[in-house]
Ligand binder design. Structure first.
Ligand SMILES: [Zn+2]
Length: 183
């Protein structure tokens, strides 16, 4: 398990359980009315759920090869396969931009800060950079290409929130588990 677990009881919470990572810890928010047995059961379940999700993220886009494969899929799905990158890779030295593209040599780089963010956000940045292979400038034609990706608007909103919140690790996992109502 990744670090200690801290359980916080909330009187306002009735039926929902939320879990997220904070620093090295896992925070689990539960209704105040839970019995000790319910707490144990839900903490175990939520910790397992977080872990599964994190592992799946690592697995799906862990390596540069995965990223390249994903970029090809997105190009096929949203850009008629016209954007064909030569290389797509993760980089650690890109702190001000989420991604970058050099149309001249067909290379795309994604900031490793995107790791752990929801898939639709990573996909958006890939589509954005792929679109630059076809249209280097941020003009109308470029945005028309980008908006072929249906979740572009939502992803832009998410990234804006991250930038303005100044958070290095967005509450992506929290967001995903919030609807984890108990039924
Ligand atoms: Zn751009």
């Amino acid at each position: 398990m990744a670090g200690p677990v801290e359980v916080r009881r909330s009187a306002r919470r009735r039926r929902t359980v939320t879990a997220y990572r904070e620093g090295g810890r896992t925070i689990v928010l539960i209704p105040a009315a839970f019995s000790a047995a319910e707490e144990r059961r839900w903490v175990d379940q939520m910790v397992a759920k977080l872990q599964t999700r994190e592992e799946r993220r690592k697995r799906t886009l862990g390596s540069d090869d995965d990223l390249m494969a994903r970029a090809r899929q997105l190009s096929d799905a949203h850009l008629d396969g016209r954007a064909v990158p030569v290389s797509v890779r993760w980089v650690d030295n890109q702190n001000r931009r989420w991604g970058s593209c050099t149309p001249a040599d067909g290379t795309i780089r994604l900031s490793s800060r995107l790791r752990g963010m929801p898939e639709f956000v990573v996909d958006y940045v890939l589509v954005h950079e792929l679109a630059h292979l076809l249209e280097p400038n941020h003009d109308q034609r470029f945005w028309a290409l980008v908006h072929a990706y249906p979740r572009a608007e939502r992803a832009l909103g998410f990234l804006e929130g991250v930038e303005h919140g100044g958070r290095t690790t967005p509450a992506a996992t929290d967001d995903d588990l919030e609807p984890g109502a108990i039924d």
